[in-house]
Design a protein around this ligand. Structure first.
Ligand SMILES: Nc1ncnc2c1ncn2[C@@H]1O[C@H](COP(=O)(O)OP(=O)(O)OP(=O)(O)O)[C@@H](O)[C@H]1O
Length: 262
């Protein structure tokens, strides 16, 4: 089929189509997503930005199969999430997706190394020791591997969570504020390794961030306002991102954000 070939579906790591998400009903209804359509190409690093409450986390959770959309469709690779059973969804998340989410806490009784390799163990896969050493070395946690999470700083725990997401080399990595707890040096280490995941291993990275400097590591920055995609920048500088954010803050919340559409 020439049409399918032209679309090159294997190049799309994740896709949202007309995604809507509504919380509550009646007077308390919240339209967190109002019809979001977006593709994430394989090997691309995307940052999602937007004012507080604009729907960033909701979009990421729906894309990662952690939350169910109210309407529209989500695809990871060529797999449509709506058609999956709970078991299939768990397998897809385990095999294809890495998470660096603040809510995804480390297991308190396991040392850092065990936390990092846990998903591989559950999946019954061998850990690539060379890649493991590279990841923990680049993240600066080699000397913290035998410590439990309670013996690590918040930033170190965050880097352990990042290592856990990277070690299995998933097709796509979702990060919700992956540098949220980190000082600028540690942030740089996390962002460098996410950048390397795309540049060196053709993995796809999607992060939510409030930090224009973090967004400047991405190939593409997309902006949400009031549940809609309103802007997109390719390879922007931190200053470019900051300028757009400032303008979005002016029109949000609930303003006529669609006028921002390009
Ligand atoms: N479980 C929920 N129940 C009701 N409303 C919710 C729920 N989760 C999110 N919302 C609402 O949906 C909207 C989008 O929330 P979301 O967390 O996606 O925004 P965000 O852009 O990630 O915000 P922030 O930058 O503050 O983390 C907000 O108005 C929020 O209050």
């Amino acid at each position: 089929m020439t049409h399918a070939a032209a679309e090159q579906p294997e190049q799309i790591a994740a896709r949202a189509e007309s995604l809507t998400k509504t919380y509550g009903s009646g007077d308390t209804v919240v339209h967190a997503l109002r019809g979001v359509s977006i593709d994430f190409r394989g090997g691309e690093f995307t940052a999602i930005m937007g004012p507080s409450g604009s729907g960033k986390s909701t979009l990421m959770h729906c894309l990662a199969g952690l939350d169910t959309a109210s309407g529209g469709r989500v695809r990871i690779g060529s797999v449509e999430l709506a058609g999956l059973s709970d078991k299939e969804m768990t397998k897809l998340r385990r095999d294809r997706i890495g998470f660096v989410f603040q809510a995804f806490n480390l297991v308190p009784t396991l040392i850092a190394e065990e936390n990092i390799t846990l998903p591989q163990g559950i999946a019954g896969r061998e850990v690539d020791r060379e890649w493991f050493d590279t990841v923990v070395g680049r993240l600066g946690i080699t000397d913290r591997l035998s410590h439990r999470p309670s013996e690590l700083s918040g930033g170190q725990q965050q880097r352990v969570a990042c290592a856990r997401a990277l070690v299995g080399r998933p097709d796509i990595i979702f990060g919700d504020e992956p540098t949220g707890n980190l000082d600028s040096r540690s942030s740089g280490e996390v962002l460098d390794i996410l950048r390397a995941a795309t540049d060196e291993f053709n993995q796809t990275v999607v992060i939510v961030t409030h930090d224009p400097r973090a967004a400047a590591y991405a190939d593409r920055v997309v902006f949400l306002a009031d549940g809609q995609l309103v802007r997109e920048l390719q390879r922007p500088s931190a200053d470019d991102v900051f300028e757009v954010m400032r303008h979005l803050d002016d029109v949000a919340p609930g303003g006529d954000s669609t006028t921002e559409k390009q």
